[in-house]
Design a protein around this ligand. Structure first.
Ligand SMILES: NC(=O)c1ccc[n+]([C@@H]2O[C@H](COP(=O)([O-])OP(=O)(O)OC[C@H]3O[C@@H](n4cnc5c(N)ncnc54)[C@H](O)[C@@H]3O)[C@@H](O)[C@H]2O)c1
Ligand SMILES: O=P([O-])([O-])O[C@@H]1[C@@H](O)[C@H](O)[C@@H](O)[C@H](O)[C@@H]1O
Length: 539
């Protein structure tokens, strides 16, 4: 069966085709198609593409203020190494709800473990993962019907079933016991994976009580002592040991530990790479555990992604990543209310409707919620959840004057009895035609960790891919990696960290489009533009 026929665009994919697709994608590096074009070369170990990046440069006449738009073209060559190799994922906070849930779920998928539910047998899946459960339009077939392929098969990507998982936690519980403590996954599934997960023990971690809620102290029975420098050296050794013990080609480190308070940005402490390294050497109190993990990862050449809202990636950490040509990304998994907001707010503003007030309330009863019940930790989350509409508002000066914003309120309450099942209520009050008002209310219940776990997988897959991509322009003497700050990850994050002096994009549709079209560019395909001129012209 040729790859292109595995996926039938337009009509529903038949069960046979779906199975074939899953089978085709069941290994790291599988792709659904090959590009037949003079600008794309499949070499022994890479895909190379010559790509013209089309953009438009706008200038404003100083006197009249009139705008002038000038199309521009930039020539790129991309090289994507196709050998995925053996890849590891080290989770900080491995024993948490997210860490234990994603580990158990990958094991269930890898072994095809199904479980009984009230409604019958449930098969494992990767629903909620952009890479593993969504498709992208490849093009049209000879009948002009859309053809779609799995997102993870546009370019060779690691399959989550092949990842080696490890990590750290300040709690000594095995991953099996952590899964039980999380109370997220069905008991019949837990029963089947417990023994294997009970063999997995988190490495001891760095614990500074000042950075997370005092109510977390009871968990902290698995910590590293010593100076900050000794702790940094230990974390670096942990990464090296994990890589060697598992014969890995690459390791990605991801923070899914508790939300920390913001660190003060202090000149001479964490404002430059050297000052940050010196601050660690001198044991400065303002260096957080998460920043220590980021520095350890950067120095070991392991990409570091921050799934929590605190400002882990202080200026010194970003500068160090740039100097070491290491990748970093963050902040804060975009899983529920904020993900919906990054769609709904864009829809309203782009429809010429003016949100006046956005009120986001939720309560939950898991340990994340317990930690967030402390003011300093809640403040970190409030910041990451509040910035998500900024770009959409700034894009429409017909609705909003410069500096004008909708009222935006974030409330999070801790209600132990609901556990991981977050209850979220959102209200959008908008001004419509002729002074009218429109109110949209949303009630959203979800197992928070079942929304976040697929994001951990997507962040891991995209980050791993970017370690195999390089590019060059006519100005470059050799192949170079993408910028150290992976803004391509923004779709999965509430408050995307971007390269210095570059724009933050929060609108979900734009974020997905960027990721989709960049992957298409890696294989020399033009961006999807949905113009469908072939269906709009007479011939
Ligand atoms: N839907 C979601 O679950 C979601 C969405 C967005 C962001 N987040 C963020 O992801 C993070 C994890 O969420 P969770 O529900 O798994 O929380 P959790 O409290 O269940 O897990 C956090 C784990 O981190 C451990 N930990 C704390 N400090 C540590 C340290 N210094 N080193 C190593 N381990 C440490 C804790 O012992 C705990 O096991 C939180 O910051 C949360 O805000 C979660
Ligand atoms: O993703 P989202 O639903 O906007 O935000 C969520 C918060 O509302 C929730 O209180 C918190 O526990 C989760 O970590 C997550 O950050």
């Amino acid at each position: 069966m040729s790859p292109i026929t595995n996926i039938v665009g337009g009509a529903a994919i038949s069960a046979a085709d779906a199975a074939a697709t899953r089978a085709a994608g069941a290994a790291s590096g599988a792709t659904a198609f090959k590009v037949d074009a003079p600008n794309v070369r499949y070499t022994g170990d890479a895909i190379e593409s010559d790509y013209t990046y089309d953009t438009t440069i706008v200038s404003r006449d100083a006197e009249s203020g009139s705008l002038k738009a000038k199309p521009a073209k930039v020539g790129y060559r991309f090289r994507t190494k196709t050998g995925v190799g053996r890849v590891g994922l080290m989770l900080v906070g491995w024993g948490g709800n997210n860490g234990s849930t994603v580990t158990a779920s990958i094991l269930a998928n890898k072994k095809g473990i199904s479980w009984e539910t009230r409604k019958g047998r449930q098969e494992p899946n990767y629903f909620g993962s952009l890479m593993m459960a969504s498709t992208v339009k490849l093009g049209v077939d000879e009948d002009l019907k859309d053809v779609y392929v799995p997102f993870n098969q546009v370019v060779p990507m690691v399959h989550p079933n092949d990842v080696v998982i490890g990590g750290w936690d300040i709690s000594s519980l095995s991953i099996g016991d952590a899964m039980r403590r999380a109370q997220v996954l069905p008991v019949d599934l837990q029963r089947q994976v417990y023994d294997e997960l009970h063999q997995l023990k988190p490495l001891p971690s760095v614990y500074y009580p000042d950075f997370i809620a005092a109510n977390q102290e009871a968990r902290a029975d698995n910590t590293i002592g010593g100076t900050k420098q000794e702790q940094l050296d230990r974390l670096r050794q942990d990464i090296r040991d994990f890589k060697q013990a598992n014969s890995l080609d690459r390791v990605v480190v991801m923070w899914t530990a508790n939300t920390e308070r913001y660190a003060d940005i202090l000149p001479g402490v964490n404002d430059t790479a050297d000052n940050l390294l010196q601050a660690i050497a001198s044991g400065h109190s303002e260096v957080s555990p998460s920043t220590l993990f980021a520095v350890a990862s950067i120095l070991e050449g392991a990409p570091f992604v921050n799934g929590s809202p605190q400002n882990t990636l202080v200026p010194g950490a970003i500068a160090l990543a740039e100097r070491e040509r290491s990748f970093v990304g963050g902040d804060d998994f975009k899983s529920g209310q904020t993900k919906i907001k990054s769609v709904l707010a864009e829809f309203l503003v782009n429809a010429g409707i003016k949100p006046l007030a956005i009120t986001s309330y939720n309560h939950l009863g898991n340990n994340d919620g317990h930690n967030l019940s402390a003011p300093a930790q809640f403040r970190s989350k409030e910041i990451s959840k509040s910035s998500v509409v900024d770009d959409m508002v700034a894009a429409n000066r017909l609705l909003y004057a410069k500096g004008e914003h909708p009222d935006h309120t974030i409330v999070i309450k801790y209600v132990p009895s609901v556990g991981d099942s977050k209850r979220a209520l959102d209200e959008y009050v908008s001004e419509i035609f002729m002074g009218g008002l429109n109110t949209i209310s949303i009630y959203n219940t979800c197992e928070d960790s079942l929304l976040a776990s697929p994001l951990i997988i997507d962040l891991f897959m995209m980050t791993e891919l970017m370690t195999r991509v390089s590019y060059r322009t006519d100005a470059d003497a050799d192949w170079v990696p993408f910028h150290s700050v992976l803004s391509i990850l923004s779709y999965m994050l509430k408050a995307p960290v971007v390269p210095p002096n570059t724009p933050v994009v929060n609108a979900l549709a734009k974020q997905r489009m960027a990721m989709e079209n960049i992957l298409r560019a890696f294989v020399g395909l033009p961006p999807n533009n949905e113009m469908l001129l072939e269906h709009k012209a007479f011939h």
